[in-house]
Design a protein around this ligand. Structure first.
Ligand code: CA
Length: 259
């Protein structure tokens, strides 16, 4: 097997051309970005259970927190595409969690769940521009629709950003973010990530990746794809939150949620 050498690094001749007239997002069949990760912060087990099952059935990956402290920790440390947040929480008040999330991750939509009667008291604390809210009891279908609507707003807010699996890559600035943190990628790493994002959720063979990203006739034994997948995993992953790039045995790789 030929090892990767500097000579394998391609020239920057295949810059990604952003589409000018539409949002380029890796949109799954459910209408949300591929592998959308939802954080549900809610202390009522019955609601947690039914929301989690409903979202998973709709193709979302769901993490849950049963109190405000854990919810804030996960929200600030994780890479979520949207957060569903109860306001009345043990540990730390939902509005404080909300303010904290909005400070550190202003681009993440937060859909607030409130009990009837809390709305009038507390709606002043919600920023209507970026936050939606639902009054309990709510229907799962409506919550799903609200989350999808927020994900669409995020997708349309920038026609030059690819999003999927909690990762966003801006095609103009070539900035990459995951979990609220900027990730520095080389040019080739960026092209590889952009290709994975455009085909988020799909299994891609090494040959497909090689031809799309490197674009030249290649030694079929080259390990350049595996090497660069390794670079991406290291840069995008964290100790407690590995990069969502999965090896599909005997085939290749897939970007997406874990399931
Ligand atoms: Ca509650």
């Amino acid at each position: 097997m030929r090892e990767l050498a500097d000579a394998d690094r391609p020239a920057d001749s295949r810059a990604v051309t952003p589409s000018a007239d539409r949002a380029e997002t890796a949109t799954g069949a459910d209408g949300g970005p591929c592998g959308s990760r939802i954080l549900l912060v809610e202390d009522e087990p019955g609601i947690v259970d039914f929301v989690r099952r409903g979202f998973e059935a709709a193709g979302f990956a769901v993490e849950t927190a049963g109190d405000g402290i854990e919810g804030e920790r996960l929200a600030l440390g994780g890479s979520f595409d949207a957060i569903v947040l109860d306001l009345m929480l043990p540990g730390r008040d939902g509005l404080e969690v909300l303010e904290s999330v909005r400070r550190s991750q202003p681009g993440t939509p937060v859909i607030v769940l409130t009990a009837r009667g809390e709305v009038e008291d507390r709606v002043a604390g919600l920023d209507a521009g970026a936050v939606d809210y639902l009054v309990k009891p709510f229907s799962l279908a409506e919550l799903l629709a609200r989350v999808r609507a927020q994900l669409r707003v995020v997708a349309q807010s920038s026609a030059t950003t690819l999003r999927g699996a909690g990762i966003e890559a801006n095609l103009l600035s070539r900035k990459v973010r995951r979990g609220g943190q900027t990730v520095q990628l080389s040019s080739t790493e960026f092209e590889l990530l952009a290709y994975l994002l455009r085909h988020c959720g799909q299994v891609l063979s090494r040959e497909q990746i090689l031809s799309a990203v490197w674009g030249y006739e290649h030694d079929p034994a080259t390990n350049v794809v595996d090497v660069y997948i390794g670079y991406l995993r290291r840069k995008l992953g964290r100790r407690d939150d590995p990069a969502p790039i999965f090896t599909v045995r005997a085939v290749g790789y897939r970007l997406g949620s874990g399931a």
